[in-house]
Design a protein around this ligand. Structure first.
Ligand SMILES: NC(=O)c1ccc[n+]([C@@H]2O[C@H](COP(=O)([O-])OP(=O)(O)OC[C@H]3O[C@@H](n4cnc5c(N)ncnc54)[C@H](OP(=O)(O)O)[C@@H]3O)[C@@H](O)[C@H]2O)c1
Length: 329
């Protein structure tokens, strides 16, 4: 099978296509013919080792001291089950599924095995493989932060910084689903798109300093990482929550202090990766409450271009990789 492999950390060009052995499912596993995946912010960070300030010394121990431990990137996929192990009960050959191996990675290839009890779910009805491949990374991060960490509730005033990214575009839709009043911060070309996602109000960060209008929020969800902690904190209501999806080590240490000394909470950390969240997202899609936003697609053999584009930090939603258009030998 074709797979996008990287053997060294570095620029997008370190990722190249190689021929690899097609995996065999173990007795409790399914073999998925991958039809689409994404190049997420997690992928380009793992490839380049560009991580938030203060985490540089942890990056190599996490991803591989002398080179990438997992050489095929890709956190999410959609495809069809091509074979099942002898003990598999929940899935059958031909099922269309989406999956979120997350930081187990391995989705930038034509095939991947998954345990049947892994983060693997039947595809929602009425979505393409490209959309299904784009559900998990942004959707489960937004769900975890808003529902599990911030305990979002009906009527909350929520500000989403980076409302057009993979996490932000999911956060706008999920916050609306939870009954919040949503303001989205984005740049001029994305204003209309963020309104289409359901935001009640959009703020153009290229024209307005979005924290200086005097508005107070129950939740500020920063998916970009360049707003100052003190300005965000002063725009929170008395018991507001500041969610830092991307935070420096210094900000995380500061968050412990501010949470101990104030009713306002600063919350950061890695999002959980759970199959139940995929099921929730599937139900929301089928109920018309969530639709992953797709920016553009690249065939697998143009994966370096996809990495370069994702790393600009300007993508709208997901950058998709499709396997069917890969030039196979
Ligand atoms: N903690 C966790 O577990 C976790 C999980 C997932 C992701 N993350 C991190 O969260 C961050 C967001 O992830 P993502 O996948 O959503 O990234 P992404 O898709 O690359 O986000 C890109 C978006 O950010 C917007 N943006 C850039 N600068 C902005 C600014 N100054 N103000 C407002 N919007 C701005 C861009 O809109 P414009 O073009 O309009 O500027 C673009 O649409 C990444 O740093 C990622 O590493 C953390």
């Amino acid at each position: 099978m074709k797979a996008a492999v990287y053997r060294h950390y570095g620029p997008p060009e370190v990722v190249h296509i190689e021929e690899r052995a097609k995996p065999e499912p173990r007795e409790n596993e399914v073999l998925i013919r991958i039809r689409a995946s994404t190049v997420s912010s997690g992928d380009w960070r793992a490839r380049s080792l560009k991580v938030p300030a203060g985490f540089g010394i942890f990056a190599r121990p996490v991803f591989g001291l002398f080179g990438p431990r997992k050489k095929i990137l890709g956190t999410e996929l959609a495809g069809e089950i091509e074979a099942v192990g002898s003990a598999v009960k929940k899935f059958k050959v031909g099922d269309a599924v989406f999956a979120f191996p997350g930081f187990d990675l391995g989705c930038h290839a034509e095939y991947r095995t998954m345990p049947e009890d892994g983060r693997l779910v039947l595809m929602p009805t009425g979505v393409s493989f490209e959309e299904a491949a784009s559900i998990s990374f942004g959707g489960s991060t937004a769900l975890y932060y808003l529902r599990d960490l911030a305990h979002i509730k009906r009527g909350d005033d929520v500000l989403i910084i980076g409302a057009s990214g993979a996490v932000g575009s999911a956060a706008v839709q999920l916050a609306k689903h939870f009954g919040a009043k949503v303001a989205g911060v984005t740049s001029t070309p994305n204003l209309e798109r963020v309104v289409e996602l359901g935001a009640d109000r959009v703020i153009d960060y290229t024209k307005t300093s979005f924290l200086e209008g005097g508005d107070k929020y129950d939740i500020i969800f920063d998916t970009v990482g360049n707003a100052s902690l003190s300005s965000c904190a002063s725009s929170l209501k008395e018991d507001g929550r500041l969610l830092l999806c991307v935070a420096s080590l210094f900000q995380i240490l500061g968050s412990f202090w501010s949470s101990m000394t104030s009713k306002k909470k600063v919350i950061a950390g890695n999002a959980a990766e759970r199959v139940d969240d995929l099921r929730t997202l599937k139900e929301l899609i089928e109920a018309g409450q969530y639709r992953p936003l797709i920016d553009r697609s690249y065939p697998l053999d143009q994966i370096a271009l996809a990495h370069a584009y994702a790393e600009t930090g300007r993508k709208r939603g997901s950058v998709v990789i499709t396997m069917d258009r890969a030039t196979s030998g």
